[in-house]
Write a protein that binds this ligand. Structure first.
Ligand SMILES: Nc1ncnc2c1ncn2[C@@H]1O[C@H](COP(=O)(O)OP(=O)(O)O)[C@@H](O)[C@H]1O
Ligand code: SF4
Ligand SMILES: [Mg+2]
Length: 345
C-alpha cells in the first residue's frame, strides 16, 4: 500500500506546490517498520518490541515540503532517522531516487549520505562543544572530499552568510552562540555537502517562541532557493502549515491521514487530526473550533490497541474499530485516511 498519486496534467507549474505536484517522486517509503527489541531475564532474551514505526508508506516528490506531525511519542523521529538509515529499519523499503537504500552496503550508502541530510531537534546537544564552527561545517565536506584546500574556507564563509551568521564566527565554539544561532550552524552543516533531501526534525521546538518564525523562514527561503526536498517533522501543526505542501499525521507508529496542508487544516477527515487541530491554538481569531480533549496519554507502543491504534481515545470508536487495522485509503484526490468510518467528519 503506497500513498502515491502521480498527477501530471501538463499545465505550466505556477508556484512551488505546483512544481512539486508536477515533479517526480524522490522518496518513496514502503511499509517502513522500526521495532526496538526489549530484552529481559537472565539470558537477555527478546521479550517484546517497542513498535515505534509500524508499517508506514508515503512518498515525497522532488522539491516538495512534507510535514510529519503528531504528538510526542508517535514515532516521527524514529521514522525520520530510519529513512536516513541513521538507525536501521527492521522492515520495509526506502526508495530514494529509485534505489532501495535499505539494501545498500556501508560503502554504497556513502553517496546517498551526502544527498540526504538532517537538521536535529536540539541545537545544544547536536553540535560538538569541542569543535569550532569551521570544523563542524567542514567535517562532512572532508568526509566527502568536497571543496578541498582554500576553497573550503570560502565555502564555509559563504554558508555562514547564507544562514544569517558572519564569516568571523568560523573560529568560535558552539557555547558562544544563542540557541537560534546554533540551529543556524546546524542548518549550515546540513547544507555543506549540497544535499537534495533534508529531514528537519522539529528544528525549532527547542528555540524561544520569539525566534522560531525566523528559523522556519530561513529554512523556507533555503528550500526555495536550492530546490530542496524536505521532510519537516513537527508536533505543532500550525508551525508547519504554511511551509508544507502536504502533511502526514502519525499516531502510535502509524499514519492516520495524509492531505495537502490547506485541506488537512480546514477539512480534517480523521478523528485524530480533528483532535490535534482542536487542541492547537488557531492563529485566525475568526475561525471557531470546538475543543476536543484527547483523554489520557498515548498508549504504550509495546502493546498498542488492536485494530485502529487510536480507538482508545477516539470519540467515534465503534466495536468494529478493534477488529482490523484500517487501511490508508484515498477518500478524495490526494486525501488519504486510515479510519473505517465515512459517516463522520
Ligand atoms: N532507541 C530506542 N529504544 C527503545 N524505544 C525507543 C527508542 N527510540 C524511540 N523509542 C520509542 O519509540 C516511540 C517513538 O519515539 P519517537 O520516534 O522519538 O517519537 P516522536 O519523535 O514522535 O516523539 C516512543 O515510545 C519512544 O519511547
Ligand atoms: S477507525 Fe474507529 S477508532 Fe479509528 S479513528 Fe476511525 S472511528 Fe476512530
Ligand atoms: Mg521526535
Amino acid at each position: 500500500m503506497t500513498a502515491t498519486t502521480t498527477q501530471n496534467t501538463g499545465a505550466q507549474p505556477r508556484n512551488r506546490s505546483d512544481i512539486a505536484a508536477a515533479g517526480q517522486t524522490l522518496l518513496d517509503v514502503q511499509n517502513l517498520e522500526k521495532f526496538f527489541p526489549i530484552r529481559g531475564g537472565l539470558m537477555s532474551r527478546v521479550v517484546g518490541n517497542v513498535k515505534a514505526v509500524n508499517d508506514i508508506s508515503f512518498s515525497v516528490k522532488r522539491g516538495e515540503v512534507v510535514g510529519l506531525v503528531g504528538e510526542s511519542g508517535s514515532g516521527k523521529t524514529t521514522a525520520g532517522r530510519a529513512i536516513l538509515r541513521l538507525i536501521e529499519p527492521t522492515g520495509g523499503q526506502v526508495m530514494f531516487n529509485g534505489t532501495d537504500i535499505t539494501k545498500l552496503s556501508k560503502g554504497q550508502m556513502r553517496d546517498y549520505r551526502r544527498e540526504m541530510q538532517i537538521i536535529f531537534q536540539d541545537p545544544f546537544a547536536s553540535l560538538n562543544p569541542r569543535m569550532t564552527v569551521s570544523d563542524i561545517i567542514g567535517e562532512a565536506m572532508q568526509i566527502h572530499n568536497l571543496h578541498p584546500g582554500k576553497e573550503r574556507v570560502d565555502r564555509i564563509a559563504e554558508l555562514l552568510q547564507r544562514v544569517g551568521l558572519r564569516p568571523e564566527h568560523m573560529g568560535r565554539y558552539p557555547h558562544e552562540f544563542s540557541g537560534g544561532q546554533r540551529q543556524r550552524i546546524g542548518i549550515a552543516r546540513a547544507l555543506a555537502v549540497d544535499p537534495s533531501f533534508i529531514v528537519a526534525d522539529e528544528p525549532v521546538s527547542a528555540l524561544d517562541v520569539s525566534i522560531q518564525a525566523q528559523v522556519v523562514n530561513l529554512i523556507q527561503d533555503l528550500q526555495e532557493e536550492l530546490g530542496l526536498t524536505v521532510l519537516f517533522i513537527a508536533h505543532d501543526l500550525h508551525v508547519v502549515e504554511y511551509i508544507c505542501d502536504r502533511m502526514i499525521v502519525m499516531y502510535l507508529g502509524r499514519i492516520m491521514e495524509i492531505a495537502p496542508s490547506h485541506e488537512l487544516n480546514r477539512n480534517p477527515k480523521h478523528p485524530y487530526t480533528e483532535a490535534l487541530l482542536s487542541a492547537a491554538p488557531v492563529p485566525d481569531p475568526t475561525v471557531k473550533r470546538q475543543r476536543i480533549i484527547l483523554e489520557g496519554d498515548i498508549p504504550s507502543p509495546i502493546n498498542p490497541p488492536s485494530g485502529c491504534v487510536f480507538r482508545t481515545r477516539c470519540r467515534y470508536a465503534i466495536a468494529d474499530c478493534a477488529n482490523v487495522v484500517p487501511e490508508l485509503r484515498e477518500i478524495s484526490p490526494n486525501h488519504y485516511k486510515a479510519c473505517i468510518r465515512d459517516d463522520i467528519l
